[in-house]
Design a binder for this molecule. Structure first.
Ligand SMILES: [Zn+2]
Length: 480
């Protein structure tokens, strides 16, 4: 059974209250679905440790192994609220929301908002389905206790615009909106980022009009600062948890889900509809361009080649030893190289053959944005159909340059020429080659495998060619 640990030194009475909240919530979760529980979630959390803390976390959080509860936050919640937060945390783990490879290089505040919307809406939907099947009314009880009515996505967007409406409440207003379930968290993220971008532009105009008047503050702050600092508290809107990096491996999570499935079989419990896709994603993850880039950057910056031995850390470290008179003295200076940032230089080949739609091409080019967001990165983009259009090569080193990409040719598809001749035509000094295609292509001879990384970005799933080298990614991210 779950263990509850008094990490922050609460007095006996307060700790008992906190512990009761956790165990009571677990006993609700343990009930059958139609009684308001969720045996699937229960089996995932039943043996976990819960640490009652005061400063480590502001609200609730988990790294997949241990759950952390701020005792002040916990004291405000009802058992039902605690149970909701437990479901929320488990969904983050199941759906890999807090893994660096999924977060990619995104603005973390906005990503947190996007995944919270997704989790909360998914929980709401589950309650509604149970209610529909059994004539119960669990959904209407979600927003009770410390939880006030939720913040819809539209309202959140207007909050980002600086128009708070009824947000000044003591209760927690969670981010939830069933309409987001038509989108992936990645798409919700894009919606919010676009809104922030529009605000910035609006703010910039206000600034120009008012010469540094008030519009500057509310408009969304510094155009260079993607982290959104200085904007109207978007990191705090609807916040019920801190998103810690997940420590459980995907295999561990998949194993736990599999165990839960076995338990469901024997107890007539219901597996959630998304459990199958969760298992598939955990055991056979589908890479996106961002995943690929995040992995590439991680790999490169862990490699010795990126350590810069000519620039040492400002504060040298030393080995110490005991001196003759018993004092401790510095023995040897330790030289540690500073880490150089990874600035990928890429060569992108875009399939402009007849089978690629204009949208495919536009979306493909957009994927390169993720690469160009890595600081200092640059690249060359080449169109290709039955022949490589060497003359139409476009150099890019920022996102705006993508607009000047020349798209020519609408014939067949042939990449052999490209892999045979690119070094001679555009140089061989690239870290990664990106091929954007719908997949209707010949398999390239393994002998042409370049020494740098290669990624095939597929715009369609039904014509994917298994290539003899390189990684494959898909334009569309996973649906959960
Ligand atoms: Zn969350």
């Amino acid at each position: 059974m779950a263990e509850v640990i008094n990490v922050c030194g609460l007095n006996e009475e307060d700790f008992k209250k906190a512990k009761d909240k956790i165990t009571n919530a677990l006993s609700v979760l343990c009930l059958r679905d139609k009684l308001g529980g969720n045996p699937f979630f229960f089996s995932l959390i039943a043996t976990k440790t819960h640490n009652i803390v005061d400063s480590k976390t502001q609200a609730a959080s988990t790294d997949g192994k241990v759950f952390y509860w701020n005792h002040e936050f916990l004291s405000k919640l009802t058992n039902k609220n605690v149970e909701f937060v437990m479901r929320h945390e488990l969904l983050h783990i199941l759906l890999s929301h807090c893994r660096p490879e999924r977060v990619g290089g995104r603005n973390s505040k906005v990503w947190n908002i996007a995944v919270d919307y997704f989790c909360n809406a998914l929980i709401e939907k589950e309650y509604m389905e149970i209610d529909n099947e059994n004539g119960t009314s669990f959904h209407s009880k979600v927003w009770t206790g410390a939880f006030d009515k939720p913040i819809s996505l539209d309202e959140c967007l207007s909050l980002l615009e600086g128009k708070p409406s009824g947000y000044e409440t003591d209760k927690f207003r969670l981010l939830s909106d069933l309409s987001v379930l038509n989108s992936t968290p990645e798409e919700i993220y894009e919606i919010i980022m676009k809104k922030k971008q529009d605000n910035k532009q609006g703010g910039q105009q206000d600034k120009n009009n008012q010469k540094g008047g008030k519009g500057e503050e509310r408009g969304g702050g510094n155009a260079e600062n993607e982290d959104g600092d200085g904007e109207i508290g978007d990191g705090e809107i609807g916040k019920i948890d801190d998103h810690m990096e997940t420590k459980s491996t995907k295999e561990e999570v998949a194993h736990a889900v599999e165990e839960a499935r076995q338990m469901m079989k024997s107890s007539r419990g219901k597996m959630p509809s998304y459990a199958e896709s969760v298992l598939k994603e955990l055991s056979d993850p589908e890479l996106t361009m961002r995943d690929f880039i995040a992995k590439l950057c991680m790999k490169k910056s862990n490699d010795g080649e990126l350590k810069n031995w000519s620039v040492f850390n400002r504060r040298p470290e030393h080995l110490y030893r005991r001196g003759a008179n018993g004092s401790v003295e510095k023995h040897q200076r330790l030289y540690r190289p500073t880490k150089k940032g990874y600035t990928p230089k890429f060569l992108a080949l875009i399939d402009t053959s007849g089978s690629m739609s204009d949208d495919d091409i536009a979306h493909g080019v957009k994927e390169l944005k993720a690469l160009l967001k890595v600081k200092g990165s640059s690249g060359v983009i080449l169109p290709c159909d039955s022949t490589v259009k060497w003359d139409a090569a476009t150099s890019v080193d920022n996102v705006n340059d993508l607009k000047s990409t020349k798209i020519v040719g609408r014939g067949g598809t042939c990449f052999n020429d490209f892999f045979t001749n690119y070094k001679e035509k555009v140089g061989g000094d690239f870290d990664v080659i990106v091929v954007i295609t719908d997949g209707d292509a010949d398999v390239i001879d393994i002998k042409l495998k370049p020494s740098c990384d290669v990624v095939w970005v597929y715009t369609r799933r039904d014509r994917v060619t298994t290539q003899s080298f390189g990684k494959s990614v898909f334009l569309k991210s996973s649906s959960l």
